[in-house]
Design a protein around this ligand. Structure first.
Ligand SMILES: *Cc1c(COP(=O)(O)O)cnc(C)c1O
Length: 401
């Protein structure tokens, strides 16, 4: 089908939630490349928003999906399910033991589960008044009514009031403000180690240490949203593993299934039993197909030393971008870790740069007018970085910004 025809059908039949999308339709992908219906090749530096960590068409993932699909796709959570049990075991091994999992279908759903679990934990301890969750300004936790409430960005909340009661907001990296926001009703503090959607803003190590300490002292659960940072993105399997803190509950989604929808709530053995039979559930979550895909992703990440690659390629990527920053003077700051990168420009040129990159066959994201967001597949290598950096510095030097 021609792109124009697809766009026409879309405009007539699909809700206009995504506005003017980038005018391209991808037909297939291989490795870090995507191929459009009009035969153009693109280098993917966005990975379906931090999802396709193994790139496109990875044989181990494709094979796992195909062979599971031939056996059994879905059978409900009324029965036991081998891929689900094995995936939970695999994650527990990667965590280092002492946790239990619940599988959902998306990041928002995993975060809903985490919030429910935190409230249930204190309810069942006889402290139903401990039910408030504190999240960070500029966070992103999803699009359901409760997770937009957790998402401390008014633009996502404004048409959907009344919001879910029991949420308070604090400023990232401001421990004093958090201490003043905590009270006897606080049941959890929920945060991202690096805020992704709002522009790649890391929490400092000092702040995280103090949050952990505060939570322990005041009997508050620490929930870490690893939906974007999880599964190798920042150079460790989970981003918290690069810090000194360990969450009571953390959530995964995006990269976990390598493109097949799956989310996870991971909770410590102390907290997980707060869900007793009937308290939480899902029809699709943890189905054999999604779990087989996620298992293949995790096994491949280990087998192909993907995390070593994230650290090597990430280091080289940051060094290369710092050079461009020095040479051009148009970049204000480069933020992030591993292969989760934000480039903030001095001028509001990010959308322009993104569009010029698209014309040259490179896919990146942007936040507002000043920030480029780069989230390549975790198989990205140094040549891919060099290739991209050359085009990026040409665009910046070309005076179009
Ligand atoms: C993308 C994202 C979510 C929401 O995930 P969905 O699968 O879109 O519901 C939640 N938290 C973080 C940190 C995210 O990046």
């Amino acid at each position: 089908m021609k792109l124009e025809d697809i766009i026409l059908i879309d405009k007539e039949n699909y809700m206009n939630t995504f506005g003017e999308r980038t005018p391209v339709c991808f037909e297939y992908g291989k490795g870090v490349y995507l191929y459009s219906s009009d035969g153009k090749k693109y280098t993917d530096l966005f990975a379906g928003i931090a999802v396709n960590i193994l790139g496109h068409g990875h044989p181990a993932l494709t094979e796992a999906i195909c062979s599971q699909a031939k056996k059994l796709i879905h059978c409900s959570n009324l029965y036991y399910n081998e891929p689900q049990a094995l995936l939970a075991q695999k994650l527990n091994g990667l965590i280092g033991g002492g946790y239990k999992m619940f599988f959902a279908n998306s990041g928002a759903e995993a975060n809903e589960g985490a919030i429910k679990l935190a409230r249930a934990y204190f309810n069942k301890k006889g402290m139903p008044y401990k039910n408030e969750i504190i999240t960070m300004n500029h966070s992103f936790h999803g699009r359901t009514v409760t997770t937009i409430t957790a998402t401390a960005q008014p633009k996502y909340q404004k048409y959907f009031t009344p919001l879910t009661p029991g949420f308070k907001y604090s400023e990232p990296n401001d421990i004093e403000m958090l201490e003043n926001t905590v009270n006897e009703h606080t049941c959890a503090v929920m945060l991202e180690i690096i805020q992704g959607e709002s522009g790649v803003y890391p929490m400092t190590e000092n702040f995280l240490d103090k949050v952990r300490e505060l939570c322990r002292e005041k009997d508050i659960l620490l929930i870490i949203d690893e939906v974007q940072t999880g599964i190798g993105r920042t150079g460790s399997m989970f981003a918290y593993q690069n810090t000194k803190v360990k969450p009571d509950i953390f959530t995964l989604a995006k990269a976990l299934g390598g493109g097949v929808p799956i989310g996870a709530v991971c909770a410590s053995d102390e907290v997980a039993p707060a869900f007793s039979p009937g308290d939480h559930g899902t029809t699709f979550g943890g189905n054999p197909l999604a779990c087989a895909a996620a298992l293949a992703v995790l096994e491949t990440v280990e087998k192909e030393s993907i995390i070593d690659n994230v650290n090597e390629t990430g280091k080289y990527f940051f060094e290369t971008l710092e050079k461009i920053k020095k040479e051009t003077g148009s970049i204000k700051e480069i933020r992030g870790r591993g292969l989760m990168i934000g480039i903030e420009f001095n001028e509001p040129c990010a959308v322009n740069v993104k569009n010029r990159l698209f014309e040259k066959g490179y896919l990146v994201g942007s936040v507002g007018n000043n920030i480029l967001r780069i989230l390549p597949p975790l198989i990205f290598n140094k040549e891919n970085v060099e290739d991209f950096a050359k085009v990026l510095s040409e665009i910046i030097n070309g005076g179009s910004v």
